[in-house]
Design a protein around this ligand. Structure first.
Ligand SMILES: Nc1nc2c(c(=O)[nH]1)N=C([C@H](O)[C@H](O)COP(=O)(O)OP(=O)(O)OP(=O)(O)O)CN2
Ligand SMILES: [Zn+2]
Length: 158
């Protein structure tokens, strides 16, 4: 039996092709946000945070790259996989002073450590060779306290 593509559907396909031509190779940033829970205390700190306590941390990861043939920069699911393997698997429901023994577990120190893990992983998985870059991380320690790290501050391009 002959199958005919309806004219309307054919036109839709043409529209998609035109869209590809227009947006392919545009650099766009994609962001995905996550939470994890952990306990910690601060050394060299006078105040309540020198005692053991916990947070539900919120982390937003932003990666930029070129829009590909199907119209995406990086699957949000892929960012989730990086987060799960590099951050969540190591920090969720852990005592941070134990799993990050060489640093004081301030939000500032933690976000630089997270940057190093994610950036190394983008390199190792071949994303950087395709032009992808880690652009920005934002880490909320509480709903009102957050730290931010941008690519230019890590590379000295500011
Ligand atoms: N610059 C930083 N200051 C503080 C950090 C830090 O990592 N970097 N950490 C802490 C404590 O670990 C803890 O996060 C308390 O933070 P804070 O915002 O003071 O939390 P509160 O819930 O008390 O905030 P309020 O909104 O004022 O109730 C301390 N400082
Ligand atoms: Zn804290």
């Amino acid at each position: 039996m002959d199958f005919q593509i309806p004219v309307k559907l054919e036109r839709f396909g043409e529209d998609i092709k035109r869209n590809e031509l227009r947006y392919h190779h545009r650099r766009v940033a994609v962001t995905k946000s996550f939470t994890f829970d952990a306990a910690h205390h601060l050394h060299l700190y006078e105040g309540k945070c020198k005692s053991l306590h916990g947070h539900t941390y919120h982390l937003s990861i932003t990666v930029s790259g070129y829009v590909d043939e199907i119209g995406i920069v990086m699957d949000f699911g892929e960012i989730k996989r990086l987060f799960k393997e590099e951050i969540d698997a190591r920090l969720d429901h852990r005592y941070l002073n134990e799993v990050l023994p060489n640093m004081n577990t301030s939000a500032e120190n933690m976000i630089v450590w997270m940057w190093e893990q994610l950036d190394r992983r983008l390199e190792a998985d071949g994303w950087k060779a395709k032009g992808h870059r880690l652009e920005e991380l934002t880490l909320y320690e509480t709903p009102t306290s957050r730290v931010t790290l941008k690519r230019e501050w890590m590379t000295g391009d500011e």
